[in-house]
Write a protein that binds this ligand. Structure first.
Ligand SMILES: CC(C)(COP(=O)(O)OP(=O)(O)OC[C@H]1O[C@@H](n2cnc3c(N)ncnc32)[C@H](O)[C@@H]1OP(=O)(O)O)[C@@H](O)C(=O)NCCC(=O)NCCS
Length: 149
């Protein structure tokens, strides 16, 4: 069974950014990951039983509220159920740390992620208009979603 490994070393930032750039249209920069690794965020690698990294996630817990800052599965490992299991483990971990609710925001066009979240019990709770910048084309709305833990 795959497991969460908490990361603290900012040296992991480049590997995370490279893995996300190969897996996702709008990746975080290594600087963003470095900030997360040295700040209040909880940064996790999701590894299989052989230690192979399947994906990564960034969570922020403030009092009884958890914010899912980022989640991705490495491109070759996508569509095998890892994303759902990673999110379920994160929800469980957040609940065990005292969070009662998890919040997130997702690009309106990211149908894969929105389906993943809906399948894990998240409901849409709002829209942040023109929130995300796009390299080409107009800005994109953020869909706000939340789930009780
Ligand atoms: C979103 C993401 C994490 C899903 O991870 P995954 O391991 O591929 O997803 P799973 O195999 O666990 O699938 C779980 C559910 O997600 C949805 N889903 C996943 N990929 C999908 C796709 N390409 N198209 C439509 N739905 C999809 C489905 O509802 C799926 O359930 P199903 O298999 O019963 O149909 C992955 O696609 C990813 O890393 N994307 C790039 C990064 C990203 O967009 N992160 C979210 C930022 S808000």
């Amino acid at each position: 069974m795959a497991e969460l490994l908490r990361l603290h070393d900012p040296a992991a930032a480049t590997e995370m950014a490279d893995a996300e750039a190969a897996s996702c249209d709008h990746p975080w920069s290594s600087g963003m990951y470095a900030d997360s690794l040295t700040g209040q965020d909880q940064v996790y690698a999701y590894r299989d039983a052989n230690g192979q990294v399947l994906g990564y996630a960034v969570l922020l817990i403030i009092l009884d509220e958890a914010q899912l800052q980022n989640i991705f599965i490495c491109q070759p490992c996508q569509r095998q159920g890892h994303g759902r299991r990673l999110l379920q483990q994160l929800m469980h971990s957040a609940a065990s740390q005292g969070a009662v609710r998890m919040l997130l925001e997702v690009r309106e066009s990211n149908h894969a992620a929105r389906a993943l979240y809906a399948g894990c019990g998240f409901v849409e709770s709002g829209l942040r208009k023109h929130y995300y910048r796009n390299d080409h084309g107009p800005r994109e709305h953020a869909v706000l979603m939340e789930a009780m833990l």
